[in-house]
Design a protein around this ligand. Structure first.
Ligand code: ZN
Length: 550
């Protein structure tokens, strides 16, 4: 067969006028990254929106000599583009377009991700262009909402230059998400306050949960008015974004333990939360309010769940969703027994970042496919979607597992296989998946002095379930990867985890010098040079700082 080269070495991608120009670039960039060999014949791809594809979905089909990718809206078109990219082949650097044809509809309407922007973590400090590209990557896996929080307590007021800088950064990231058709949201603590809040209006911080000790008590005269004036300023600051969602959060931080606010989740929280929710809807009439129940009845039950359910008749008007979930990787018992208060749609809040490993991301990637599958088996059928909590990019793998649960309920191991093939270029993903099972079995560890009580001198490691075997598996996989894949961050953070764990086990948990270059590489990948110790890889310098912090 004769070899005929197309004039254009890569696919010709066109899009309808209603599809942002950026979309063709998003697709092209990712094909070009994986391909080194020109096409043997021209391939035409066409991107289009089609709202007849309801409910939310995408279609891939042959039309007039082109492969046509359609989506109900921009977010579903991106999900379809992602599916197309991942089911295409790139073996030997040659692009072979996906042969998948058909229609796929989203299982869950709210496929959100929460970026925590604090502690100088990745979302706080990485270059915006990098963060914005990362948002595109997540949209290709099916996410359709980006959520952030402007955490007032760091600042003296909205005019504090540091507050303005953070607002500017958050607006930039949300605007980039909006440009590609994602919905956006902001979060608030119901009784949130700035560092300089009036001392005479402050809450009783004895909530038995994390508290900044500057939040206000809504039972004190003038406190609600003060809170609303701060939120009015904040919502004005987000006017150009016009967020689609507001999270109203009860605790950790926030809350008030005084007699007049008790039990917080069914009393003071709803009193002030309602005012905040109504203010948000006055600013953004299309907006929806998500009431969080984080840490409800935490420790000693205080009747918060029952109380919330009992008040739903009067409160239902301003609440659109209930967000449930807590530190433990399972739904609250109340929800499992009684369902959602007021039968409002439920959203989950999976912990994919911080579980069993401090510093978060400090030992490389933390993939947890088996655990997330258990979580989904338990709560998947009950939710309308959710918002995994993210402290950075080290749990990219976990985000993707959750995205595909929300899109189709797809089993974690199937997604894991596709991730290794597409994101890491592996031809034999099974080797990597075996290593990941070892990582997951070896994950839980803690520092001798306590995870949040540095100095970090010795890490108490679990019984080693095969860290040397994981190194062997990852080295074999590494040797077979194409260059583009072997050097990119998703692979490096997975690979370094094997090397670091094996050395940590060998040294009985005292970080050895052999790990130092790997910790530094993670530091560069995360842009964690200025990060707080909970999100900074434990280099010698970080551990010295952790010592000083004590
Ligand atoms: Zn109070």
């Amino acid at each position: 067969m004769s070899r005929t080269l197309a004039l254009n070495p890569f696919p010709d991608i066109s899009s309808e006028a209603t599809v942002p120009d950026l979309f063709a670039d998003i697709l092209r960039e990712r094909i070009v990254l994986r391909c080194t060999t020109p096409l043997e014949q021209a391939i035409h791809l066409r991107l289009a929106l089609d709202d007849t594809l309801q409910p939310e979905g995408f279609a891939i089909e042959n039309r007039e000599g082109a492969i046509c990718l359609r989506g109900t809206d921009c977010a579903t078109l991106l999900a379809g583009m992602g599916h197309f990219l991942r089911t295409s082949q790139y073996r030997g650097g040659v692009f072979v377009p996906s042969t998948w044809r058909g229609v796929s509809h989203a299982l869950k309407p709210i496929r959100g991700i929460y970026f925590a922007t604090h502690f100088h973590n990745y979302f706080h400090d990485a270059p915006l262009a990098e963060v914005n590209r990362y948002v595109e990557d997540l949209a290709l896996w099916g996410y359709n909402v980006l959520q952030v929080w402007f955490d007032m307590h760091h600042y003296t007021g909205i005019h504090d230059p540091a507050a303005q800088a953070m607002l500017e950064r958050l607006r930039n990231v949300l605007a980039a998400a909006k440009r590609i058709g994602l919905k956006t949201g902001i979060g608030v603590l119901a009784n949130e306050a700035y560092a300089t809040s009036p001392v005479n209006l402050r809450a009783d911080s004895n909530t038995q949960r994390a508290h900044y000790k500057v939040e206000l008590c809504p039972s004190l005269p003038g406190a609600i008015e003060q809170t609303l004036s701060w939120f009015d300023e904040e919502f004005r600051a987000f006017a150009s974004i016009a967020p689609d969602f507001l999270w109203v959060w009860p605790y950790d931080q926030g809350g008030c333990a005084c007699e007049n606010c008790k039990p917080w989740g069914a009393n003071g929280f709803l009193r002030i939360g309602r005012k905040v929710g109504e203010l948000f809807k006055r600013h953004f009439p299309h907006g929806k309010v998500i009431l969080s129940t984080w840490c409800f009845d935490y420790g000693t039950p205080q009747g918060e769940w029952e109380g919330l359910a009992a008040r739903m008749g009067e409160e239902r008007a301003w609440i659109d969703y209930i967000l449930a979930g807590c530190h433990e990787m399972q739904f609250p018992e109340y929800v499992l027994k009684h369902g959602s208060p007021g039968n409002l749609p439920l959203l989950d809040f999976p912990e994919i970042s911080m579980y069993g490993m401090v510093p978060w991301g400090g030992f490389g990637a933390n993939p947890r496919p088996a655990n997330l599958q258990l979580l989904w088996n338990n709560e998947g059928a009950r939710v309308a979607g959710g918002f995994p909590y993210s402290e950075g990019i080290f749990e990219d793998f976990n985000k993707v597992i959750m995205a595909q649960f929300y899109w189709s309920g797809r089993p974690a191991l199937e997604t894991a296989h596709e991730y290794m093939t597409y994101e890491c270029g592996a031809e034999v993903p099974e080797l990597i998946l075996q290593a990941i099972a070892i990582y997951e079995a070896n994950q839980l560890r803690s520092w001798e002095n306590g995870d949040y009580s540095p100095p970090y001198t010795k890490c108490l490691m679990p019984e080693d379930k095969g860290s040397r075997r994981a190194v062997e598996l990852m080295q074999r996989a590494d040797a077979d990867l194409p260059t583009w894949a072997r050097t990119q961050w998703r692979w490096r953070i997975l690979y370094l985890r094997a090397l670091i764990d094996a050395e940590m086990f060998q040294s009985n948990g005292v970080p050895p010098d052999t790990c130092e270059p790997w910790f530094h590489e993670l530091m560069r990948i995360y842009h964690a040079q200025h990060a707080d110790i909970v999100v900074a890889p434990p280099t010698r310098e970080t551990r010295r700082r952790s010592n000083a912090a004590l």
